[in-house]
Design a protein around this ligand. Structure first.
Ligand code: FES
Length: 296
C-alpha cells in the first residue's frame, strides 16, 4: 500500500509559494459578505424596541400596541400602496392581526425582521456556494489553494459543521418565502385612496419594480439550489418512467440556473439589501417612490 505523500508547503498564516494575487478574491468576498451581514443586522435591530434601537426606526411595534407608527422605516405608505421591505416580510408584529396573533405579546420588543431573518440567513449560510466563499474569506480555512491556514489543516465539514446538512430544510422554507415575496409585489400594485371608502386603484411604482426584480433574482438563486434540483429530479434513478419527462425538464431547468449559482447568489444578495435600502431612503424622505403608471 502506498503512503499518501505530503507536498512541501510553507507554514504560517497566509504563507504560500504562490506568486499570483490569490488574496484578491477572498478579500473582495470578505468585504462583500461583511458589509451585507452588518447592514442586515443593523436593519434587523433598527425597528426593534429596546435599548438604543427604538431611537433609530422608532419601532414598528408602537410599543406593544400592535400599531405601526408613522415613523417606521419598513414600508413605503406615502402613495396609498404598501411597499414592504423584503427584510421585514412576512410582517410579524406580536399581538397584531395576521401572523403576529400567533406570537406572544411579551416579544413586543422584537422587530419583524428578527422573526424571519433566520430563514434567508440559514438558507444562504448553509448554501454550497456561500460555504466555500466564507470558509475562504471569513474563516480562512483554507483561504486559497496551496496557502497555509491559521488553524491547522482543513479537515472537512465534521462535528459542529454537520449542521450544514440542514440546508435542504432551509430550502423548503426559502421556496415558501418566495411565495410571500411574490404576494408583496401583488400588494404593492394596489393603491387605496385616503377618502374614507378606501377605493382600490391599480398602479405601478418604482418600489413595485424593485420588489419584482428581487423575486426574480431570488427565484434564480433558489431554483438553482443543489438541494432543490435534487428534490425535483435528482432523487430518481431514471427519467424514463412515471412522470419522468417532467422531472427531467425540471432537473435540466435547475441545472441551467445551477451553472450560474454564484452569480445568482451574489446579485440576489445585493438586490435584497438594495430593495431594503430603497424603501428606507423613501421613508426617510431622501428618495421618492415615483409612480410610473396608474395609482391615485
Ligand atoms: S446550494 Fe446554494 S442555495 Fe442550495
Amino acid at each position: 500500500m502506498v503512503d499518501a505523500q505530503q507536498l512541501p508547503m510553507a507554514r504560517g498564516f497566509g504563507k504560500t509559494e504562490r506568486i499570483d494575487a490569490w488574496w484578491k478574491s477572498p478579500l473582495a468576498m470578505a468585504c462583500y459578505l461583511g458589509a451585507a451581514i452588518i447592514y442586515a443586522t443593523w436593519r434587523g435591530f433598527m425597528e426593534a424596541d429596546f435599548w438604543i434601537f427604538s431611537e433609530f426606526g422608532n419601532s414598528a411595534c408602537g410599543a406593544a400596541s400592535g400599531v405601526i407608527t408613522e415613523c417606521q422605516t419598513l414600508s413605503i405608505e406615502s402613495n396609498g400602496n404598501h411597499v414592504l421591505s423584503p427584510l421585514y416580510s412576512p410582517l410579524i408584529i406580536p399581538g397584531a392581526d395576521g401572523l403576529g396573533s400567533m406570537v406572544p405579546t411579551f416579544l413586543w420588543w422584537m422587530s419583524p425582521a428578527m422573526f424571519i431573518l433566520i430563514i434567508p440567513a440559514g438558507f444562504r449560510g448553509t448554501c454550497y456556494y456561500y460555504r466555500k466563499a466564507y470558509y475562504r474569506s471569513l474563516l480562512a480555512s483554507p483561504v486559497a489553494c496551496a496557502v497555509s491556514t491559521p488553524f491547522g489543516d482543513y479537515n472537512g465539514e465534521r462535528k459542529l459543521f454537520l449542521f450544514q446538512n440542514l440546508h435542504r430544510y432551509f430550502m423548503y422554507l426559502a421556496v415558501a418565502y418566495l411565495f410571500v415575496l411574490t404576494y408583496d409585489v401583488y400588494i404593492s400594485l394596489q393603491f387605496h385612496a385616503d377618502d374614507g371608502a378606501g377605493a382600490l386603484r391599480w398602479g405601478l411604482s418604482m418600489g413595485t419594480l424593485i420588489l419584482l426584480i428581487n423575486v426574480i433574482l431570488l427565484g434564480g438563486y433558489t431554483f438553482g439550489c443543489h438541494s432543490f434540483r435534487h428534490m425535483v429530479g435528482g432523487i430518481r434513478n431514471r427519467f424514463s418512467s412515471g412522470g419522468g419527462q417532467i422531472a427531467e425538464a425540471c432537473w435540466k431547468g435547475c441545472t441551467k440556473l445551477n451553472k450560474k449559482h454564484n452569480m445568482w447568489a451574489i446579485t440576489s444578495l445585493f438586490w435584497v439589501m438594495f430593495a431594503d435600502f430603497y424603501i428606507y431612503a423613501c421613508t426617510e424622505g431622501w428618495w421618492t417612490d415615483v409612480v410610473l403608471w396608474g395609482g391615485l
